[in-house]
Design a protein around this ligand. Sequence first.
Ligand SMILES: [Fe+2]
Length: 333
Amino acid sequence: MTISDLDTIISKADTAKHARPLGGAGLGFRRELMSEMDKADLTGIDFFEVSPENWLNTNGQIGGQYYNKLRAYTEQYPFVCHGLSLSIGSTAPLDTALLHNIKDFMRTHDIGLYTEHLSWCSDQAGHLYDLLPIPCTEEAVHWVADRIKQAQDILGQQIGFENASYYFKPELYGITTQMSDSQFITAVAEESDCLLHLDVNNIYVNSQNFGFDAHKYLRQLPLERTCYLHVAGHHTENDGLIVDTHGNKVIDPVWSLLSDAYSLIIERTNKPANLLPTCLERDFNFPSINELINEVTHIRSLQFQADSVRTGIANDQDVAVCNHRTYAHDLIY
Ligand SMILES: [Fe+2]
């Protein structure tokens, strides 16, 4: 492939949603960004991620201007649903009403992928408003896998579950774990046949807070099941604690982890990196939309680099030019 080939492909590209299968690099769809997005050149963004809970009321409905805005974007771009409150690791009953609402939401907006967190955030008394780690025990593997199977049956499709960031370990509270965190994720994925939503920033945050090698940990995950990736910035407290805020730029060690993840997934699956949809999470402290687009473009350049190595066409000039091209469309079209 040459850059002129790429230009030809791009010039032929139909920007209608159905000519753009999910892949490449995306951005979290936030109300705070809407007015800027309406005026910006968004050709550098391949898809958007939406959290359905932010767009549904308790009846599972949305109306008014927000519905119309969201609808205008979902008609034009591929979207991914990333849930916040399923609480798959909870001992409270599975929220089947939420799942039915999400199913309707996905159908309404023609969204094919739904992911959630491999954690818990509620108990019998209600929501706790934080994502908490699940104890890595055999009992928990079976409990969570069973709930994932129920959820997947309701949705009629596999769900991607995200490796979460955490700030304490259940062992510190006297709970005896029976396997490592990565073994737990693997066991749950295998027993439930769910997919992996890989968040490289979460790995980095945990590795810094709990003192382990992030790249080594990455290799222990069931990467062949990866359906979706997250990359984000975080905040470092004065005492060194890293908090997964999604409120800053992505830092170099996290970009490096993302590159490593692409290489490993390609090695295990031979799937091109640009078919691994990767979303930049930014939830507050918003910079200009152009700064966010630059970060999204950097995701694409890392996908391009990984795919260039895969196909043996690594070339610095191509990588540089790729920063200004819709590379994600190349292998898709
Ligand atoms: Fe994430």
